[in-house]
Design a protein around this ligand. Structure first.
Ligand SMILES: Nc1ncnc2c1ncn2[C@@H]1O[C@H](COP(=O)(O)OP(=O)(O)OP(=O)(O)O)[C@@H](O)[C@H]1O
Ligand SMILES: [Mg+2]
Length: 304
């Protein structure tokens, strides 16, 4: 499978960035609306981030669900987002492929760049964003179609060149499902087990050759054996793709990810909860010597 890992065309199909500012310039000149709690540039260098988030806040109507998140996400790495329920993990991961656009009243403030390009610039095509940055959800959601048609759907819609049978096979091999389904490609996807359905959804995601795969609790509906298969698959996929995963399973975050971001929800003086990034670092550091007491309490099970 050939996936570009060095350069990418612009999200607006090569339209120039309208802003004169460059992301390589002095980032401190950006005017934050308020001082963020954490400037989460991890100490271990991230030379070539895929995403850069600067003071990102997400609102649902007049509720600020997540406040002032600043972090970089590394190329061909697995980045885990952890934290208690309601701290804004799904909200954050949806920012990374503009899925929040589809939620009425949702609004993203701050700046998110993808390969140094402002993902939220007016000229950026959100459909192209979602093709480049695929998403796998908590509950496997295959279409009520055959296994083959599930995988072929995206390549057909996108008019991808090549022989469709080869594209489908390649995606199913990539998702470690081919051997289990190669003799029943015309069967309904809904007849597969939960773990197989989730790998089918991963096959469907990689069939359109994205650059990034976002996964929001992809294993929470799966048993330990299916979970182990997905985790192995993630390690395999990280050779080619950048992966961001939300998980409630801390062993999973520790096992699979390179970097971990810990979020929590702070209560403000009006009693309203806002998601905050507490700490972001190499996964080994987060799980062995977290810098913040709240991270330590969470990972040791004292909170959350
Ligand atoms: N579509 C929405 N409209 C309004 N508020 C929302 C919406 N989605 C999420 N929220 C609110 O934003 C906050 C963060 O929710 P989010 O789903 O991002 O949390 P989470 O960390 O993913 O939680 P969980 O671990 O339970 O999945 C919560 O207070 C939630 O109620
Ligand atoms: Mg969630």
């Amino acid at each position: 499978m050939t996936v570009s890992t060095t350069t990418t065309e612009g999200l607006g199909m090569n339209q120039p960035e309208p802003s004169t500012a460059t992301e390589t310039g002095d980032r401190s000149t950006a005017a934050p609306t308020r001082q963020p709690e954490v400037r989460a540039r991890p100490s271990a260098s991230l030379a070539d981030p895929v995403f850069r988030l600067d003071d990102v806040s997400v609102w649902y109507g007049d509720y600020e669900a997540v406040r002032d998140v600043t972090l970089d996400i590394g190329r061909q790495q697995i980045t885990a987002m952890i934290g208690p329920s309601g701290c804004g993990k799904s909200t954050m991961i949806r920012c990374l492929n503009r899925m929040n656009d589809l939620i009425p009243g949702a609004r993203v403030e701050g700046k998110i760049t993808y390969h140094d390009e402002d993902m939220y610039a007016d000229y950026v095509d959100p459909i192209e964003v979602r093709r480049r940055i695929g998403m796998v959800f908590q509950k496997p959601n295959p279409f009520p179609k055959s296994i083959y048609d599930n995988v072929a759907y995206g390549p057909r819609v996108n008019g991808m060149p090549g022989k469709m049978a080869d594209i489908v096979e390649q995606a199913l091999v990539g998702a470690a499902l081919w051997d289990e389904v190669k003799d029943k490609l015309k069967d309904s996807a809904l007849a597969l087990s939960g773990g197989q359905q989730q790998r089918l959804c991963i096959a469907r995601t990689i069939a359109v050759k994205p650059e990034v795969i976002l996964m929001d609790e992809p294993c929470s509906a799966l048993d330990p054996i299916a979970t182990a298969k997905i985790e192995d698959l993630m390690q395999e996929l990280a050779r080619e793709y950048t992966i961001v995963i939300v998980t409630h399973n801390m062993q999973q975050a520790a096992r699979v990810s390179d970097r971990t971001a810990f979020f929590t929800a702070d209560v403000d003086d009006k009693g309203v909860r806002h998601g905050r990034l507490v700490e972001y670092d190499l996964t080994g550091t987060i799980f062995s010597k977290p810098a913040d007491r709240r991270t330590e309490d969470y990972i040791t099970g004292r909170f959350g």
